[in-house]
Design a protein around this ligand. Sequence first.
Ligand code: NAD
Ligand code: TYD
Length: 353
Amino acid sequence: MKHVLVTGGAGFIGANFVRYLLQVEPQVHIYNLDALTYAGSLENLKNLPDESRHTFVQGDICDNDLVMHLLREHEIDTVVHFAAESHVDRSIHGPAAFVQTNIVGTFTLLDAAKTVWKETGGFAGRRFHHVSTDEVFGSLAPDDPAFTETTPYDPRSPYSASKAASDHLVRAYFHTYGLPVTLTNCSNNYGPYQFPEKLIPLMVLNAVQGKPLPVYGDGKQIRDWLYVEDHCEAIYQVLKQGKIGETYNVGGGNQPYNIEIVREICAILDELHPQGAPHDRLITYVQDRPGHDRRYAMDTTKIQAELGWAPRHDLKSGLRATVQWYLEHPEWVQSVLQQEGYAAWLERNYAKR
Ligand code: NAD
Ligand code: TYD
């Protein structure tokens, strides 16, 4: 791994991964291709561990000429593909962007990598890593076993359907053309730099502002939460040791109800930000998300056994570190809250619930 193309590296997980990789791989140069949609920001890339080994390129993963040029010009040996439309609620309001970026964009990258790598020495020593989600597996009943790598796909939202399609394309390029791919399907991430449309940062920022904390339905949906740095480490282990053509499930191994997460955030804020306590008075049950998946759970036996990966952060300490990060980064928070379109999104998603 010398010249790495990271897509979506100005978004939440991508930016955390750029930081992580610059730290653990002192020789690597990262080319970071990101369109800077509402979800991406150069604020997420300030104060990188080593700026000189990071080159930011603003552009679209659907732009075939640009992607081919980057792969050739910078002799990219490794692609780590994060770029996506990633929010389920937005996929309900506007699915077209999800089809475009998640499906067409992934196809564009795969095809460009196949073409350029074939022309320039072949596939040996090269790798295309695709970052995907547990949501492709659908929704679990309370007593169902956790998802494994062989659980059949059953996506139920435009977001998860578009990610499922992208996963299928990645595997098709491996089986049909021999493109050296690996995949990770990961559960819900949380941590620094997450855009406050997702549950945890939305609740933290709303609570600090004394705004209602909108819990969908009965709040008893279950997610398997993973601290973002643990996800970055899992991807890194797959890049280093993962077998070509293989998929690895990644998750935090916990099963809280959403309402428990929200209550825990309130309790942490009562301690760290006592103005406005008790924050749980702001909890407001609102109309559920259509087609809302009830439960996700990941079986991570394979990555633990084959690659020795396990999460380092438990949910309690990870949540505390996350709340603290948002409290300690008011400039970042302000830049996001003032972003054009954010207030309109809140209005669109929450006003009529
Ligand atoms: P995010 O929405 O925070 O960031 C996505 C990034 O992709 C943004 O920087 C955006 O500007 C960029 N982007 C969007 N469309 C683009 C395009 N057409 N061309 C170039 N760049 C584009 O997402 P995230 O939460 O960081 O998720 C990253 C990846 O991880 C996604 O593929 C997502 O499906 C997957 N994933 C996320 C989670 C999670 O909990 N957030 C869990 C598992 C898997
Ligand atoms: P989210 O962070 O959007 O991730 P995903 O839908 O990909 O799992 O939501 C996490 C859970 O929190 C999900 O069950 C929906 C719920 N939720 C709320 O109850 N209220 C909210 O305002 C949001 C954004 C999510």
